[in-house]
Design a protein around this ligand. Structure first.
Ligand SMILES: Nc1ncnc2c1ncn2[C@@H]1O[C@H](COP(=O)(O)OP(=O)(O)O)[C@@H](O)[C@H]1O
Ligand SMILES: [Mg+2]
Length: 277
């Protein structure tokens, strides 16, 4: 049985500047619609509430993370620009969000060209790592919201990261792709590009306690992956759609909701596991 979460350290006053160098977490799952973007926004917002300085990188050409944080202006410098134009600095693309301590590097559909465009570059897997290296000292945590694929962009995220957080929706086929991600992609990146890459945790999302298959799936997840699975489980609720329509994290849109509390618990577990120092 895992030890209970100690709360004392979260009650310290907000830090004014980061302790750096940032710990980098990639949010990955090659399946779409499993809660990667929702988990990125809300875990990050909860970490910011706890005084962490957090940078989010939208690494999906769909740009859902950018929109979910209220960024609707398409005419901005994006992560794509930083990857293809070496004259730009990461700070040129950073925007502040409505959450104190939470910054964002946006993305838009242009990023979909990167995969093809960068394929002939030497060190093509390490481009993102190079982009964020100069700003590691400015943040406590950097979270990368990956696109649903295991292609070059995701490999760049896994190469730049210290750890990977895997959201898994509680539905029938959720466990299928998990082995491919963990035993194949993460393992290959470890062997060839990023020896120290850790699995920070697996997060069950869209859990509906009323359905048998949701409960079965969660039990199977615990059976297969044990302590890697976060104790916090994110229940299915319309609050997440509502809050991203408002361009806000649920911790801000419905601060005292169960949904907000569930992500605060994820943030505390990350801190407890040493993944968000
Ligand atoms: N726990 C949840 N309950 C209900 N809907 C959710 C939950 N988490 C995410 N969603 C919704 O499901 C859709 C897909 O989630 P998203 O985070 O964008 O997944 P991904 O980034 O993996 O594609 C979004 O419309 C989002 O608002
Ligand atoms: Mg997404």
């Amino acid at each position: 049985m895992a030890k209970p979460i100690s709360d004392a350290r979260f009650k310290t006053p907000k830090k004014l500047s980061s302790h750096g160098p940032a710990r980098v977490i990639a949010l990955c799952n090659q399946k779409g619609g499993v809660g990667k973007t929702t988990t990125t926004i809300n875990t990050a917002a909860a970490l910011a509430e706890y005084g962490r300085k957090v940078l989010l990188i939208d690494f999906d050409p769909q740009g859902a993370l950018s929109r979910g944080l209220g960024l609707i202006n398409e005419d901005v410098t994006t992560i794509y620009d930083l990857m293809v134009d070496r004259k730009l600095k990461a700070t040129d693309a950073i925007v502040h969000t409505s959450v104190e301590g939470l910054d964002l590097i946006p993305a838009n559909i242009q990023l979909s060209a990167a995969e093809i465009q960068l394929v002939a570059e030497p060190g093509r897997e390490k481009i993102l790592a190079g982009v964020i290296r100069p700003i590691l000292g400015d943040y406590d945590v950097i979270m990368i919201d990956c696109q649903p694929s295991l292609g070059l962009l995701t490999v760049n995220a896994l190469t730049a990261a210290h750890g990977v957080l895997i959201p898994v929706a509680c539905d029938y086929f959720a466990l299928k792709g998990l082995q491919l991600l963990i035993n194949h992609t993460v393992e290959l990146v470890r062997e060839r590009l990023n020896e120290g890459l850790k699995i920070d945790g697996i997060l069950a999302t869209m859990y509906d306690p009323r359905t048998l298959h949701s409960r079965n799936m969660l039990n199977q997840l615990y059976e297969d992956y044990g302590d890697l699975v976060f104790r916090s489980v994110i229940k299915h609720t319309v609050k997440f759609k509502d809050s991203s329509e408002q361009g806000k994290p649920v911790t801000q849109y419905a601060s005292s909701s169960e949904a907000a509390e569930q992500y605060r618990t994820v943030a505390r577990e990350l801190v407890d596991r040493g993944c968000a120092p």
